[in-house]
Design a protein around this ligand. Structure first.
Ligand code: IPM
Ligand code: MG
Length: 360
């Protein structure tokens, strides 16, 4: 089969990690007889530098002409919050999510066996394992609500961000969560703040309706503050965790941290139409950009998610995941995950080793 992939290499370490991921895709193509072609798409701080805005016209159209999008990382201090919105990389990221209809953000957080020692939690807790899937609503809520900033008479300047959710938005992300749970350990935890927020009460009522439909899936509600606590107390209790946009942003960082290796975690953003967008969870790490130090594994594992969720190629996905595990099991580490006394390898070498395992 032929698949066309849009490449957003982006800023900082983005280009380096995308190059290694493309190398792994080539190895997968060779082993399984697929042809991957690529189209470079300019987005983020590098686009601001090149043409003055972070989200060039036509970006969404170019991406829509492809079967999937692979994104390295965008952002950096050079294009900070003091810059106008159209120059900030974050603006482009939110715009592409919205324009491609990518309402479901899947962020798996699991403890890979060779790296169990990297888990910062108590040994007894880590031993129970971590294997959860954070399902974050990605195109609604406070991220996309109306914003305002105005002068008041007696309280100085005031600012507002509106958080809105519709039944439609909640139901479609909820269904994704239940469907995913059916393929996993059949448990959904829905996270909200229903003791305070009206949007959360609506969220909860829609989730309860779905829970009655998916009777084979265990269901629970957890308040967001409690969830933050449970993630460090006993993360093994979670299978699929579904939540709104901002709670998901915060909890997914926490979930990745407890695995001790944010450099390893991939993500998928999908909607009802093609293409899905795949990217590592980590940022652009400008401090180590261009030095062959970045860990390409999260981006490589993002291509495995691409195989699974966009191309429906589970064997290809597990070939990539097995290759990564095999390289880690042999003790190879990039600097971010190297235990003391282990000499780290570079970005390119890590990519080469994983490619070789895919082909082995
Ligand atoms: C993420 C990031 C983005 C978000 C930022 C960069 C806008 O933190 O993907 O989690 O908040 O969604
Ligand atoms: Mg975030």
């Amino acid at each position: 089969m032929n698949y066309k992939i849009a490449l957003i290499r982006g800023d900082g370490i983005g280009p380096e990690v995308v190059s290694e991921a493309v190398g792994v895709l080539e190895a997968v193509g060779q082993r399984f007889g697929h042809c991957f072609t690529y189209e470079d798409v300019l987005l983020g701080g590098c686009a601001t530098d090149a043409i003055g805005k972070s989200y060039p016209d036509g970006t969404a159209e170019t991406c829509k002409s492809c079967d999937a999008v692979l994104l390295g990382a965008v952002g950096g201090p050079k294009w900070g919050s003091d810059k106008p919105a159209e120059q900030r990389p974050e603006t482009a990221l939110l715009a592409i999510r919205k324009d491609l209809g990518l309402y479901a953000n899947l962020r798996p957080a699991s403890l890979r066996p060779p790296l169990a020692d990297a888990c910062p939690l108590k040994k007894e807790t880590a031993q129970k394992g971590i294997d959860l899937m954070m399902v974050r609503e990605l195109t609604g809520g406070i991220y996309f609500g109306k914003r305002d900033k105005y002068q008041t008479e007696d309280r100085g300047v005031e600012a507002t961000d509106l958080m809105a959710y519709s039944e439609l938005e909640i139901e479609r992300i909820g269904r994704r969560a239940f469907e995913l749970a059916r393929l996993r350990r059949k448990k959904v935890t829905s996270v909200d703040k229903a003791n305070v927020l009206e949007t959360s009460r609506l969220w909860r009522s829609v989730m309860h309706r779905l829970a009655e439909e998916y009777t084979d899936v265990e269901y629970e509600d957890v308040l967001v503050d409690n969830c933050a606590m449970q993630l460090v107390r006993d993360p093994a209790q979670f299978d699929v965790v579904v939540t709104e946009n901002m709670f998901g942003d915060i909890l997914s960082d926490e979930a990745s941290m407890i695995t001790g290796s944010i450099g390893l975690l991939p993500s998928a953003s999908i909607g009802d139409a093609v293409p899905g967008l795949y990217e590592p969870i980590h940022g652009s790490a400008p401090d180590i950009a261009g030095q062959d130090k970045a860990n390409p594994i999260a981006t490589i594992l993002s291509t495995a998610m691409m195989m699974r969720y966009s191309f429906h190629l589970p064997d290809e996905a597990s070939a990539i995941e097995k290759a990564v595990d095999a390289v880690l099991a042999e003790g190879w580490r990039t600097a971010d995950i190297a235990e003391s006394g282990v000499t780290p390898i570079g970005t390119k070498e890590m990519g080469r080793l994983i490619r070789a395992k895919v082909l082995a």
